[in-house]
Design a protein around this ligand. Structure first.
Ligand code: ADP
Length: 482
């Protein structure tokens, strides 16, 4: 059943298109991953409704961009404040459809609101430049303008934050926005739209279209009225959608899969490294694109690290996020459970040993016990592919050069983590690791204040920070003869 909310109207079984709540006879069922129980139905919309949302966004663009940054910022600020005010309800909705423990869901609500808050402030700080001219009678002025209509497709692992991290900067600079949330977690997105409307976001400036991914995706990546497309999700789908954008030369931002190395050197504070590994590896049941995916531990501290990590992991309470206390919830679906199981089986076949976990969990069909494996071979499946689950596989190393080479031996390049007390080594690794983000002596690197994004096949563009508006702005030159 659906969660009991202080504000029941935050639960919508309708999509939000062109400022209207629209229902459909054709629907998609949404379930609670902890129980498999269907909690509701949302419209199964497609090409026609996506087209209407884009038309409304194109129509709303002129008036929205004409507002001052301060005016747009005030609306975004109200939107953020409404999120903070209704954080408990938003968290209940999220846990019901996504599964993460309620405390983590509350954390995500605050994190998601922080992007609206941040970009509300940035709205007033979009600057241009006046350049030194190349001729005595010329003047060169560089301005930055909103790109126009933005199309977005977002995933289920952070149902609120992955939307606000895009909608925040887009709306702040004057773009209008159409998003297709994941079909697995539409209720969080729809609740966000209720609050956007309440905050004063004008009709058409923000639309949430639920339904058929391919059809809606075809409009958002192919319609010439959409100037920019932004996507967070799997690498395969991201490549496909980026290719679809080529036909109209859309600006494209991508946040795709990672394969984060987590490196513990012999001079590291091992206890701090354990805390970092727990936070990075097991948060959201290992379902974040910045999750530590493979743990390289120096031979000198390997046994101590393994033993302590397994001891902590074995105390994790696994269960339903709403009924807690729980440190770990379910995985999103059966396929996700099968992937973890296959990575464990592959590693064990290659000689790895299970220190804790290594099997499905009795809490339910989509639960897998948090797992620590030692003696994992450097070419194991869990090293080459992103597990996206609660599996920590430990690989032994002895030299800095060796571990840097192993860490960089991937097409992914999102997050990486290094534990070492040596400042010179921090500098060397900051430069050598082919990643968009490196956490030194910390397992948590995400904040609205700093740029988030990847290199290589992990993506294009950056989200968050003062740089997060760049992807939503076009540069325009005025060359003036005087
Ligand atoms: P994950 O493996 O994390 O579920 P996906 O890349 O499959 O990642 O999903 C991320 C988002 O992309 C979801 O909103 C999903 O509906 C959407 N999506 C998946 N396939 C397509 C597609 N072919 N066209 C458009 N959107 C898609």
């Amino acid at each position: 059943s659906k969660p009991v909310l202080a504000r029941p109207d935050l639960w919508r079984e309708a999509a939000f298109i062109a400022g209207e709540w629209r229902t459909s006879l054709k629907t998609i069922a949404v379930d609670n991953p902890a129980t498999g129980e269907v909690i509701g139905h949302v419209p199964d919309f497609g090409f026609a409704e996506a087209d209407e949302a884009v038309a409304a966004a194109a129509g709303a663009f002129a008036a929205w961009r004409a507002k001052t940054g301060k005016e747009r910022g005030a609306i975004l600020r109200r939107w953020a404040e409404l999120m903070y005010a209704h954080a408990d309800d938003l968290a209940l909705i999220m846990t019901a459809e996504q599964g993460k423990p309620l405390a983590e869901a509350k954390g995500e609500v605050a994190y998601a609101a922080s992007f609206l808050d941040w970009f509300a402030e940035e709205a007033r700080r979009i600057r241009g430049e006046v350049l030194t001219p190349h001729m005595a009678d010329r003047r060169l002025v560089v301005t930055r303008q909103p790109v126009g209509v933005v199309g977005a497709i977002t995933p289920w692992n952070f149902p609120l934050a992955m939307i606000t991290r895009k909608a925040g900067p887009a709306l702040a600079v004057g773009c209008t926005f159409v998003v297709k949330p994941s079909e697995l977690t539409p209720y969080s997105a729809l609740a966000l739209a209720v609050l956007a409307e309440e905050a004063g976001v004008p009709a058409g400036v923000l639309s949430i279209v639920t339904g058929e991914a391919k059809a809606i995706g075809a409009v958002l990546t192919g319609d010439p009225r959409v100037a920019k497309f932004t996507f967070t999700g799997s690498t395969g789908v991201g490549k496909l959608l980026a290719a679809q954008c080529a036909g109209t030369v859309k600006r494209v931002s991508l946040e795709l899969g990672g394969n984060a190395p987590f490196i513990v050197f012999e001079d590291a504070d091992v206890d701090a490294a354990i805390e970092g590994a727990l936070a990075s590896k097991f948060r959201n049941t290992g379902q974040t694109c910045v999750c530590a995916n493979r743990l390289y531990v120096h031979d000198a501290v390997y046994d101590e690290f393994a033993k302590k990590l397994a001891a902590r992991v074995s105390t994790y309470r696994v269960g339903h996020g709403l009924t807690g206390p729980t440190e770990q919830g379910p995985l999103i679906d059966a396929r996700a459970v099968a992937k973890v199981a296959s990575h464990v089986a592959d590693a064990v076949a290659g000689g790895a040993r299970v220190l804790t976990g290594g099997e499905p969990n009795a809490a339910g069909e989509r639960f897998y016990s948090p797992t620590v494996l030692v003696d994992v071979r450097p070419d194991a499946l869990l090293v080459r592919e992103e597990t996206f689950g609660p599996l920590a596989g430990l690989i032994r190393f002895t030299s800095e050069d060796e571990v840097v080479a192993m860490a960089n031996d991937t097409r992914a390049g999102l997050a990486s983590y290094v534990y070492t007390a040596s400042t010179p080594r921090q500098w060397r690794l900051m430069e050598a690791l082919e990643y968009g983000m490196v956490g030194f002596n910390t397992g948590i690197i995400s904040t609205e204040v700093a740029p988030f994004g990847g290199v290589k096949e992990s993506g294009l563009g950056r989200e968050g920070s003062h740089l997060g508006v760049d992807d939503y702005l076009e540069i325009k030159l005025a060359c003036i003869a005087i």
